[in-house]
Design a protein. Sequence first.
Length: 257
Amino acid sequence: MSDLLLGLRLYARGAGTVLRSPRLLRLGALPALATAVLYVGALVVFVRYLGDLVGLLTSFAAAWSPGARDLAEVVVGTALVAAVALVAVLTFVAVTLAIGGPFYEKLSEIVDDTVGSVPDGPGRSWFGSVRDGLLLVALSVLVAIPLFVAGFVPVVGQTVVPVVAALVGGRLLVLELTAPALERRGLGLAARRRVVRSRRLLGWAVGVPTYLLCLIPLVGIVAVPIGAAAATLVARELQGEPTGVPTRPARGEPARH
């Protein structure tokens, strides 16, 4: 569990770094604000027609008893919300990072510079941001389909599915949010996936809070830059570089900062 606790400390440090710096907050919030305007409109439409969608998807239960029909509507409604939430959050972050690629590249460089040297790597191109954003959207849709189907299972659909959605969403988010820092270090998409997978709990500790906060309308405006800052620190930790956060040393080794 040490990676989980370390990841939470890195997330807290990333939050503090962004919230104490008006410059970093502006860098990260402006693209997120532009995206949020579009998504709030889409959210209003979704909520407006949620009842109609649930009614359409549960038409098979029209002849059931009232109790059974209500249960079916709850199950289907929860499954639909969980699937849409996963796609919405991941696409929100993907679109935000695509729109504000240079902003988040700069934010990541500044966070890097606060705790150590900034690698003189190629950085992330706008084309790379868009490409990876589209991949993230495609993956989110592919993941949402089985989650939606699993959501039809009573109890499991209302308990396990939302948790799995948060874990999958957090994993995909941290993979995308660490991209600017890891690409400066010469790691392509395949290498980034391998590195992030090597310490899952560390990634989840940053990705899952970002995912959950992005579920709250307008909070994503701040959650994305905080997640980007924390993910830069995660990238440094994954590469064995100082993060400014003390870690518990292995027996016989000095503490690392």
